[in-house]
Design a protein around this ligand. Structure first.
Ligand code: NOJ
Length: 509
């Protein structure tokens, strides 16, 4: 019975991807006003880990203390050396014809004590140099304030589990707005809270690896949401009128598909836990955590002998502060999972996030995938996700802040080319239906430190040679194809690039 159900959902997915492949045969246009970019993050590319006054963050700390937690025992000490090579990075943006570039700030580089009592001029200068170099060539900066590299000192005081972080983050955000807001119009407060909280506090798959299952991830989630909202509020009240920028949050949003028809509600539940946890408090009409999460965690907590729900409550003031605190919804999307109810095959720690949900997710081995174990190619999931976000949150403006494919390296990345084409095509399907997608960033501009996987998984449009001191960057085939998509503002499935020479042309020359 089970295998029949899996077979039937596989068939549905195959039929859907076939439709998309068929749709792919014609050239499709992107609407006027739609913007294209590429993304990176500070710890993954900058290097200069202790340069010019920068202090230690949780990734410096963890990788120095226990190097071989990382697949290749590497770290971000030098990474792509963008701290020194930012001009080459901007040159690559010009080669591609990017309209915007999404990068993140290193909190420790700007505030070495973690607090605004000392602003590190060299750190501010680095970001000013990068921003000014981009603006020279009409490339719009999009800044992420927090992309996972918390100051270690703040972690020592509890990090995102300490409610005082709301003020710590708000102070840091204000410093960033003050120093860069005259030139930066796109702000993202947080990158992927689900990974910050679940992987870092509820599990061991990201720094700081606290493994406080069923407790840490929920404390983190609440504080992070309030911190985000406070930063949004500061921009709104103190800077918006003067500089007219926009502030959003970026969520990781994986699509979950029922294994069979009977599991539709399970897929909805896991979607609510995975991204609804962060989207519902901000984008729904009522605010607060999704009702299903509140109910399930409260019931389990009571059963388990806790005196209150392990999911903390927002005060009425916090709830109102968080509700509506985003001008756009940033979405990082990569892949899709199938889901089924837990049964005797499964055992989860109690309490834990997965036990709270009582759901298992998986990806059939036969699905085509990238170098990352979790990255399978299911473009129809992207379409369904966008469709559902539109339904749930009254069609908010959506910025795709990351989408991309991993390989083990090499310039002939036909599978990455095909991934980008299929996913952009699925995105256009959702847009044709009325979904308000306003922009798209490829992850990533270049190869970089892929967290626990080190340099073993490569996401770059440009390949980076980590054996050369210059960290030589070379465009892959996907870079040439992406460039043509941006130049023509259309998706032509038959375009074959000439990969012999990369030039700078158009508006960025
Ligand atoms: C999302 C994260 O934001 C980014 O840092 C990471 O490298 C990519 N996913 C790929 O895993």
């Amino acid at each position: 019975m089970k295998s029949l159900l899996i077979f039937s959902s596989l068939c549905v997915l195959l039929v859907e991807s076939k439709t998309i492949i068929e749709a792919k045969q014609s050239v499709r246009k992107f609407p006027d006003g739609f913007i294209f970019g590429a993304a990176t993050a500070s710890y993954q590319i900058e290097g200069g880990w202790d340069a010019d006054g920068k202090t230690e963050n949780i990734w410096d700390h963890m990788t120095h203390k226990e190097p071989c937690l990382i697949a290749d025992c590497s770290n971000g000490d030098v990474a792509d050396d963008s701290y020194n090579l930012y001009k080459r990075d901007v040159e690559m943006m010009r080669e591609l014809g990017l309209q915007f570039y999404r990068f993140s700030l290193s909190w420790n580089r700007i505030l070495p004590t973690s607090f605004p009592d000392k602003i590190n001029e060299a750190g501010v200068q680095y970001y000013n140099n990068l921003i000014n170099e981009m603006l020279k060539y009409n490339i719009e900066p999009m800044i992420t304030l927090y992309h996972w590299d918390l100051p270690q000192k703040l972690q020592d005081m509890g990090g995102w589990a300490n409610p005082h972080i709301v003020d710590w983050f708000a102070d840091y955000a204000r410093v960033a707005f003050e120093n860069f807001g005259d030139r930066v119009k796109y702000w993202i407060t947080m990158n992927e809270p689900r990974e910050v909280c679940y992987q870092g506090y509820g599990d061991v798959t990201k720094a700081p690896r606290l493994n406080m299952k069923g407790i840490g991830e929920y404390m983190c989630a609440k504080n992070l949401l309030v911190a985000h909202a406070k930063a949004y509020d500061i921009y709104d009240k103190e800077f918006r009128e003067k500089w007219g920028g926009t502030v959003g949050i970026t969520l990781s949003a994986t699509w979950h598909e029922p294994e069979g028809d009977m599991d539709a509600d399970l897929a909805e539940t896991i979607n609510q836990f995975e991204w609804g946890q962060y989207a519902h408090p901000i984008f729904s009409e009522t605010g607060d955590f999704p009702p299903i999460m509140k109910e399930m965690i409260a019931a389990k907590s009571a059963e388990q002998g806790f005196y209150r729900s392990r999911l903390p409550e927002f005060t009425p003031e916090e709830l109102e502060l968080v509700r509506g605190s985003s001008d756009f919804l940033g979405i990082n999307h990569y892949s899709t999972f199938l889901v089924r109810k837990i049964d005797e095959r499964d055992s989860f720690e109690v309490p834990s996030y997965w036990d709270d949900m009582e759901i298992v997710r998986y990806q059939p081995e036969e699905w085509e995938g990238g170098a990352s174990s979790w990255l399978k190619v299911v473009p129809s999931g992207f379409y369904k996700l966008l469709h559902r976000l539109r339904e749930l949150y009254d069609n908010p403006p959506i910025m795709i802040t990351e989408n991309g494919f991993s390989t083990r390296g090499g310039l002939e990345d036909d599978n990455r080319v095909s991934y980008y084409r299929l996913y952009l095509d699925a995105m256009l399907d959702a847009m044709d239906e009325g979904c308000d997608v306003i922009g798209y960033a490829a992850w990533s501009l270049m190869d970089n430190f892929e967290w626990m996987q080190g340099y073993t998984e490569r996401f770059g449009l440009y390949e980076v040679d980590y054996s050369s001191p210059e960290r030589t960057r070379t465009p892959r085939k996907a870079a040439f194809v992406y460039k043509e998509i941006l130049r023509s503002r259309s998706l032509d499935p038959n375009y074959v690039p000439d990969t012999t020479v990369m030039t700078i042309d158009g508006v960025n020359s």
